[in-house]
Design a protein around this ligand. Sequence first.
Ligand code: C2E
Ligand code: CA
Ligand code: CA
Length: 575
Amino acid sequence: MATRDDLFGLTFRDSPIGMVIMDQGGRYVEVNEAFARILGRSASELERRHFAEYTHPDDLPRDAELMTRLAAGELPFYQVHKRLLHHDGDTIWVRVTVSDVVTADDGEHHYVAQVEDVTEIRRARDLLERRSLYDHLTGLGNRTLLMERLDRALISHEPRAATVACIFLDVDHFKAVNDSLGHDAGDTMLVEIARRIQGAVRAADTVARLGGDEFVIVVEDVMGVDAASAVLHGIAAAISQPFHIAGHELAPSVSGGLAIASPGLTAESLVRNADMAMCAAKQGGRARLEVFDESMRETALTKLSIESELRSAIREGELVVHYQPVVDLETQETVAFEALVRWQHPVRGLLLPDEFIPISEDANLVVPLGSAVLHEACEFLAARPDFTGRVFVNVSTRQIGSADLARVVRSALDASGASPHQLGLEITESGILLATASARADLKALTELGVDLILDDFGTGYSALSSVLQNPVSGLKLAREFTLRLGDRGTGDRISTAMAALTRSLTMYGVIEGIETEAQFAIARRHGWQLGQGFLFGHAVPASEITLGLPVDGGEADAPTTAPMPNWLEDASPR
Ligand code: C2E
Ligand code: CA
Ligand code: CA
C-alpha cells in the first residue's frame, strides 16, 4: 500500500506530462521521465543542471523576469509558451505552467513546473497561418496578405513625397497553355513566372498571386509614375524570356496595369484601378502595359452593367435569334440558315453579338447564352418540317468540353424533336484544336449524334490545315476578310481558289461568307465555291420573317427559295 506521499511521488514519476522541480537558483532538483523525454535525455543526466542550458536563449530574459515576479509573490503562477533545446539540436515548443512552492521543513522556495510538448500544435498553426496568407502553389502572398500590406503601406506613406504603386499582371493565353499542355505544365509556368517577378522587384516589395494567372505587386517608396512604369517594364521583360515546359519552348507574355496611390484611396480601390488598367491593356491586344486613368472606370462600369443586364436578359428571354440564308451559288436556293444571336435591349435597342458575346465570355455567361440559342435554333427547325436544309449555330470554345456541349445539344434536340442531321455547329479553329480529353470526347459525341461540325472563319487562326483536318469537320467557312480581297489577282484570289478546291476534294462543304456584290458572287462561283452567304443573298432576319419558298430578305435580290442541301453534302462523311 502506498502512502499519500508515495502517491504524489508516483504521479510525479509516471505522469505523461513533463514535471520539474527547480531550486531558487533555477537548477533542476528533480525531473520526471516525461520531461527528460521532451529533451531527448535521461532524468539522471538532468539532475542539478541549470534550466538555462536547455532553454532557447531568446526566451531566457522573459523566463528570468517571470520567475523573479513569482518568487516575489507578485504572481500566483504563470503559463508561457517557450522553446527548449532538444538533445539533437531541434527546438521544441512547450507550454510551461510554473508555480512557487515553499517546502514546510526548511521554508525554501521551489519552482514546480508542468511542461507540455506543443510543437505539433504549433507547427499546424503556423502552417494554417501560412496557408491563409500565402499561395500554396507559388509561395507568394495571397489576397489577404496583399491587402494587409497595401493597407499598411498606404497609411505609412501618405504624407511623404514617395508614393505607393500597384501593378496588376495577367498572363496572356494562360488558358491555352493549361488546355493544350495540361495543368501540371500550367502550374510549372505559374511558379516560374512567380520566381521571375520576385527576381525583378526589391525584397521589400510585396508580390501576391490572386488565384489563376493574376499577380499583383505592391511597390513602396517609388518616386512616381515613371519610376513605377520602369519597374513594370522590368518585370514584363523578365517574364517574357523563353523557357521550356513539357518539351515546348514558351515565351510567356503578360498584360499589365499600373495604378498609383492618391490621398484617400483605399487598398481595395488601388488594386481595382490597376486591374482596370490591366483590362485595358488586354483589350488593346495583350502583351501591353497601361497606366490607369479615370476613363477606364467608365469603360469598366459600362461593361459591368452590360454584364449584369445580360445575366437577366438570358433569363428573361431578351435574346433573339436571327437567321441568315446560306445559298447554293448555282441555284441561289437557300439550303441552310446561320443562326445569329441578337439582344433586344429594352433601352439600347437591338444589340449585335460583338457588343455582348466577348462580355459573356468573360462573365461565364456564354454557356447559358449558347444553350438558349441552341434551343431556339432547334425550335426553328422543328417548326418547319418542310424545310430539309440545315441550321448552323455558332458555338464558343468555352462551350466545348467542360461545359458538356454534347449534352446541351442533345437536350435541345430532344426538347424540340428536331433532327440532329439538320443541325450544324460553327466552331473556330481554336475550338477545333482544343487538346483536352473532355473537349475531344465532346466533339466526338457530337459527330456520333449526327451533328455537323463546321470550321468557322477559316484562315484567321494560325493552325496548320493538316492538324485542323484531323478532326471530324464536315464543312468549312472562308473568313470574310478573304472575300473582301476577291479579285485582287493576288493572295485573296489564290487562297479562295485553293480553299474551294480543297473542300471539294475532301467532300466537305465550303461556304464563302460576306458576299455583298454581284462581282464577288461571280468570282466566288468562278473559284468553284458551292455555297455562299452574305448581304447580297439576305441579311439575318427574325424567324417570323422567314416564309419558306418565299423571298427571305424583302426580296431586293433574286427571290431565294429554300431547297434541301445538295446531294453531295449528304455524302460528306465526317473524317
Ligand atoms: P460570324 O460567325 O463570322 O458571323 C457572320 C457575321 O457576318 C454576322 O455578324 C453576319 O451578320 C455578318 N455578315 C453576314 N453577311 C455579311 C455581309 O455580306 N457583309 C458583312 N459586312 N457582314 C456580313 P453578326 O451577326 O454581327 O455576328 C458577329 C459574330 O458574333 C459572328 O461572327 C459570331 O462569331 C458571333 N456570334 C453570333 N451569334 C452567336 C452565338 O449564338 N453564339 C456565339 N458564341 N457567337 C455568336
Ligand atoms: Ca459563324
Ligand atoms: Ca464566320
